[in-house]
Design a binder for this molecule. Structure first.
Ligand code: ZN
Ligand code: ZN
Length: 338
């Protein structure tokens, strides 16, 4: 039996049905359309421009590796300015199930790094915070605070990106969030009745805040399954081990909910993200008037009295240790002229 031909090129047999548009695509046209979508996102929202120094946050999963690959390729092709600096980095959380260990295809990152001339560096929670995620978790759990490991990792990782961004002089940090991640975020915000959070949602640097490095998400309009196909056929390693903490992560269940809804409405993920973006625009205007404060312990920008990191550290009984570590960091900052 002959396969139907690709609806785009009309030449090659179609291998993939894109249900949201009804197109049947050959792999060639699928991959071209994925790259076109990423480039469209970068240009429409001005994610990367002349003079930018962009950090690429590498978790080691297929999304961030695909991001590094595509950005490297775009720069080489001149699709993004050749003057743009790209710097990749990973954050090692320092527990046996950390995203870093689970996915540490360092050999592959090194290869991309050499192939596209993108410097790569690994940071650890220990060097950034003076403590590991395990220490924080044990501190919290032994004091009766029921905080999910993924929450601890997430809060510390977001802060870590800011610290790294300032150290490296980055103008933006690109993350590998895809359409599915973004749709889940919208649902999570709605389900937890958290309207304020939408002020931080969206494709582009939204809130211009002092000391806060804007995050960009060039893959946010590409479905996860299409990234997986892209990765597989480009020799990008797919994550083999699922994080053992994932099963109790609220996102995990939403994945299946969304997949079930998508059977009736193939556009549902796009609808959710576009709804989130509309809300983000409304919330941003509101948030622009909110004065950002400084955490009374660490001095980082926060909307609250005490930032989330210091709150976690304090509940874990590690605040003193953390602040002492910050002081030594500042000391070495002023000592070395670099
Ligand atoms: Zn085709
Ligand atoms: Zn703080």
């Amino acid at each position: 039996m002959d396969l139907p031909l690709c609806t785009r090129c009309g030449k090659r047999p179609a291998n993939y049905l894109r249900r949201s548009s009804g197109e049947r695509l050959c792999l060639n046209c699928l991959f071209r359309s994925i790259e076109d979508t990423v480039l469209w996102t970068i240009r429409k929202y001005r994610l990367i421009e002349d003079g930018d120094r962009v950090g690429i946050a590498i978790s080691g999963g297929k999304d961030s590796l695909t991001l590094m690959y595509i950005l490297g390729k775009f720069r080489r092709q001149g699709k993004i300015p050749r003057s743009v600096e790209l710097i990749a980095f990973s954050i090692n959380e320092g527990h046996p199930y950390s995203c870093f260990y689970r996915t540490s295809r360092l050999d592959y990152v090194q290869r991309l790094s050499e192939e596209f001339g993108i410097p790569y560096r690994i940071y650890t929670f220990k060097e950034l915070f003076g403590v590991t995620a395990t220490e924080v978790a044990h501190g919290l759990w032994s004091r009766g605070y029921n905080v999910h490991m993924c929450t601890i990792d997430g809060v510390l990782r977001r802060r870590a990106m800011n610290i790294i961004g300032r150290q490296l002089g980055l103008t933006k940090i690109a993350t590998g969030h895809n359409l599915d991640d973004e749709a889940q975020t919208v649902l999570l915000n709605v389900l937890s009745n958290d309207l304020e959070r939408f002020a931080w949602f969206g494709p582009a640097p939204m809130l211009e805040r002092e000391d806060f490095i804007p995050r960009i998400k060039p893959l946010r309009f590409v479905r996860e399954e299409e990234i997986a196909l892209y990765a597989y056929y480009h020799g990008i390693p797919l994550m083999e081990l699922e994080c053992p903490f994932v099963y109790s992560n609220p996102r995990y269940n939403l994945k299946f909910t969304l997949a079930a809804w998508e059977r009736d409405n193939p556009n549902i993920k796009y609808s959710l993200v576009s709804f989130g973006d509309s809300l983000a625009r409304l919330m941003r205007d509101k948030a622009a008037n909110v004065q950002l404060r400084r955490c009374k312990y660490c001095g980082e920008p926060t909307s609250r009295d005490v930032c989330r990191v210091c709150e976690l550290m304090s509940n874990a009984g590690l605040l003193e240790k953390y602040l002492a570590h910050l002081r030594t960091l500042k000391l070495t900052d002023t000592q070395s002229p670099s």
